[in-house]
Design a protein around this ligand. Sequence first.
Ligand SMILES: Nc1ncnc2c1ncn2[C@@H]1O[C@H](COP(=O)(O)OP(=O)(O)OP(=O)(O)O)[C@@H](O)[C@H]1O
Length: 337
Amino acid sequence: MIQIQNLTKTYMTKRGAVTGVDNVTMDIKKGEIFGIVGYSGAGKSSLIRCINLLERPTSGNIIVDGKDLTSLKGGELRKARLKIGMIFQHFSLISQKTVYNNIAFALRAAGMNARDIDVRVSELLEMVGLAEKRNVYPAQLSGGQKQRVGIARALANNPDVLLCDEATSALDPNTTLSILHLLKDINRKLNITIVLITHEMNVVKEICDRMAIMQGGVVIEEGQVYDIFADPQQELTKEFISSVVSFNVPEQILSETEGLLVKLLFKGAMAGEGVVSDMLQKYQIKGNFLHGSIEYIQERPLGIFIMELKGEKATIAEALKYLESRATLVEVVGNGN
Ligand SMILES: Nc1ncnc2c1ncn2[C@@H]1O[C@H](COP(=O)(O)OP(=O)(O)OP(=O)(O)O)[C@@H](O)[C@H]1O
């Protein structure tokens, strides 16, 4: 659906050339939700803005539904762009226009007549759950409601692709979830391809099918979300995963632990216990389970444990090596007292 081929975006600044995207090649399939994760400055915005040519790539090609956008100009490019909707972190609504007119605006721009606009706006407001807000102004809406208007506007012209630029970063956790569920719903109902960029791994964990991780303008890892969670290759990927795999061990217990605290992640719900008991048998150390839970990524389980390990330093180092060879992720999270 979207082929990104050898995409490079370089900015010319007073201090010289800055590379935003560095030779990225990626294939996004029809109907999937694809997440691009990275810290600030990784090149996510540059990349997503090149997909609809809001930024012109310095080199490389963007092929959407078989059409090379980089070769289009003027009216042809505008027409192709109508098939790519976009939503933004700060919603980008027109404050002087009502909800109705914010959405109608996109339809008028595409040349639709007033009667059809009326029908379409009502349909869209229904879809995003804002039917009763049609005549209010953006200032009277919550952040989540503003983003719903942004989504309705982006979907107005029946796009095949929806680009989401940090769409939930300005929202609280509950509102974020409701917007993510709405996006997933739209994706499944309309079979629309969604590309989202975010610095929050929980967004990807919640709704994406596949993902890429960017660093310094380059894609450093890419794959199915579950596979990446279950078997991350790069250090940065491990760091992002670790940030969403939460554990709740009371402070008091943590302060009383004497051994090494380790966080372990295992593919599947049950696998971990077997590996840990093998490890404890093989090495003469003590292990205390402080926390155990199951995270579901795309409805597939990942087991998570927090353990305290006590024993000879050298033996613990050996045991950690053993765990690293059998667990998805092993992270020392504390050193005991
Ligand atoms: N208009 C611009 N002019 C000059 N440099 C730019 C411009 N836009 C982005 N950059 C640079 O390109 C690199 C990638 O920035 P980009 O905004 O794409 O990253 P990002 O991952 O989206 O980060 P953020 O979430 O902070 O926007 C950075 O070094 C940034 O300074």
